[in-house]
Design a binder for this molecule. Structure first.
Ligand SMILES: Nc1ncnc2c1ncn2[C@@H]1O[C@H](COP(=O)(O)OP(=O)(O)OP(=O)(O)O)[C@@H](O)[C@H]1O
Length: 271
């Protein structure tokens, strides 16, 4: 039973706006015959431009599959996915950040960013300015000449985020990007992502196992059932965003109540 707590139906014409993401009656199955695995579905989800949606659920419930469908890495077995009004194609409408930073180790930090700027078609004479801007946005000023192995795992993940922002896509997809990091680095990066996405104003879809991370980051939290994943809770989160003190957000009663609610739903859905 889906518990929808969104603020009402969205008009159909909104789904063609840059950054709008629409999943209509989507089911995805891997493999054929006896080996087939239905990973998700049916799922219906309308994401408005500028929303920060966090998909949360137990391991194997299909969170990454939904992200891959939005990225255009997979085509749905049934139903339709549109991003900015069109069927998604890899690298076209959305940038993706994975659990591992996947940087090129033989390039410097700046060299990794430059490659993304080149793929994005940014004229070469603008690279220096854009590179500095992007590194500033993720708190890595002055690291251009550092080698990838000379910086920490958390810094590498910041570079991966900056690289993805280089393309200026209206949609940013993050698949458990902080799962491999220690708790303190993870909290810092959560704060960075919250700040950076509030400034860019783009649409963000973020996958996590953590109710805490989901409530801190999301303007909307979507809880999935166990496989095949369906939406069991669609919860708007009204915590303050923008230039706010993260400790005030995390320490508030509203945060604690929402986190408990999401954690309960995730546990119940996985049972
Ligand atoms: N390429 C694939 N081929 C076959 N089965 C797959 C493939 N990718 C995922 N699956 C299966 O689909 C289901 C959903 O996987 P998915 O990775 O989307 O879940 P998840 O919620 O992201 O899991 P986790 O939190 O553990 O990363 C799982 O049962 C998984 O084994």
């Amino acid at each position: 039973m889906v518990s929808r707590e969104t603020d009402g139906a969205r008009p159909a014409e909104d789904t063609g706006r840059p950054g709008a993401v629409r999943l209509a009656d989507v089911t995805h199955r891997y493999g054929e015959g006896d080996d087939a695995v239905t990973a998700v579905g049916p799922v219906g989800l309308d994401i408005e431009p500028g929303e920060f949606v966090v998909l949360v659920g137990a391991s194997g419930c299909g969170k990454s599959t939904l992200l891959r469908l939005i990225a255009g890495f997979e085509r749905p077995t049934r139903g339709t996915v549109t991003v900015s009004g069109a069927a998604p194609r890899p690298g076209q409408q959305a940038g993706v950040v994975f659990q591992q930073p996947r940087l090129l180790p033989w390039r410097t930090v700046g060299g990794n960013i430059d490659l993304a700027l080149r793929y994005a078609g940014v004229p070469r004479d603008l690279w220096e300015t854009r590179r500095a801007e992007l590194l500033h946005r993720v708190g890595l000023d002055g690291t251009e000449r550092r080698r990838v192995w000379e910086i920490s795992g958390g810094q590498q993940q910041r570079v991966a985020i900056a690289r993805t922002l280089a393309a200026d896509n209206p949609v940013l997809l993050l698949d458990e990007p902080f799962a491999a990091l220690d708790a303190l680095t993870r909290e810092r990066l959560q704060e960075d992502v919250r700040r950076v996405t509030a400034r860019t104003g783009g649409t963000t879809v973020f996958v996590t196992h953590s109710a805490d991370e989901a409530v801190f980051l999301g303007s909307r939290v979507v809880v999935l059932s166990r496989r095949p994943g369906t939406v069991v809770l669609d919860l708007p989160v009204g915590l303050p965003r923008g230039d706010v003190d993260a400790e005030d957000v995390r320490g508030g009663a509203e945060f604690a109540a929402l986190r408990a609610r999401v954690a309960h739903e995730v546990k119940a859905a996985a049972a």
